[in-house]
Design a protein around this ligand. Structure first.
Ligand SMILES: [Zn+2]
Length: 261
């Protein structure tokens, strides 16, 4: 059984603000700390997947440029995908029994959620797929669904887990912290959260065969509201809704997402 883990940094247990994940805050000490937190959560998750019966495990380093951990930091029982994979959010996903979203976060605008955003806190305000306000959990689950793979587990703060439960009621949720604001959290000891991740991953892998796919109706309509004006794409395939909002129809979420990107 092949299991695919895709990581983000905002929902790691020890991350309480953007200064842990964005070089713009010039806190290299916190960024280095986050790399270690990420590696420890990945390794706990791999351990759980193996216990649950996974024979092949791929870890996709999914935050920013995808270069947050090195190969040496990761359990040798998994392969690591890092860096750019043009046109593919989840490269080499096909044939997996399940996707685990590790260290995820709530969609843009969620009150009390740590580092809430959708894809880009600087440029994206809101995104809808077929009229439903969608965050990164929904985007990943739709794209995984198009490859015939269910999302089986989501970890992050309490708001992330609530969003996951709304979108993917069968999936295992793993709350590793409580959010108070975009930049405030209550964080348990990593010994506890890493053990929880391993236990939840084991459960998710064991139950993967019963998890349903999330499928978007086709054609897919993607609507994106940008943060600022004067950045609408000029390609005529994009319908301009207002000065900050465009809409695109395509045959799949994945193709709409990567159209012209
Ligand atoms: Zn991220």
């Amino acid at each position: 059984m092949k299991i695919y883990i895709v990581t983000d940094n905002e929902g790691l247990a020890g991350v309480s603000s953007a200064s842990y994940i964005s070089p713009a805050f010039e806190r290299q000490d916190l960024i280095a700390h986050t790399r270690k937190l990420l590696a420890d959560e990945i390794n706990a998750c791999i351990e759980g997947c193996v216990r649950g019966g996974a024979a092949e495990i791929i870890v996709r380093d999914g935050h920013g440029d995808g270069q947050n951990v090195t190969r040496a930091m990761i359990d040798p029982r998994a392969d690591l995908i890092c860096g750019a994979t043009p046109g593919e959010l989840l490269a080499d996903l096909d044939g997996s029994a399940g996707v685990i979203l590790l260290g995820y976060h709530a969609k843009a605008g969620t009150p009390g959620a740590v580092c809430e955003h959708t894809m880009s806190s600087l440029t994206w305000q809101n995104m809808w797929i077929n009229g439903r306000l969608t965050g990164e959990i929904g985007i990943c689950a739709y794209i995984a669904g198009e490859h015939g793979v269910p999302v089986i587990m989501v970890s992050g703060d309490d708001k992330c887990c609530a969003e996951a439960a709304e979108w993917l009621p069968e999936a295992v949720t793993c709350q590793v912290k409580k959010g108070f604001s975009c930049n405030g959290a209550r964080i348990p000891a990593p010994e506890k959260t890493n053990a929880l991740i391993a236990a939840k991953a084991e459960e998710a892998v064991r139950r993967s065969a019963e998890m349903p796919l999330l499928l978007a109706e086709k054609p897919v309509t993607m609507r994106l509201e940008l943060v600022s004006r004067q950045h609408l794409p000029v390609n005529p395939a994009y319908k301009h809704i207002d000065a900050r909002t465009w809409e695109l129809q395509h045959e799949s979420v994945e193709k709409a997402f990567f159209f012209n990107m």
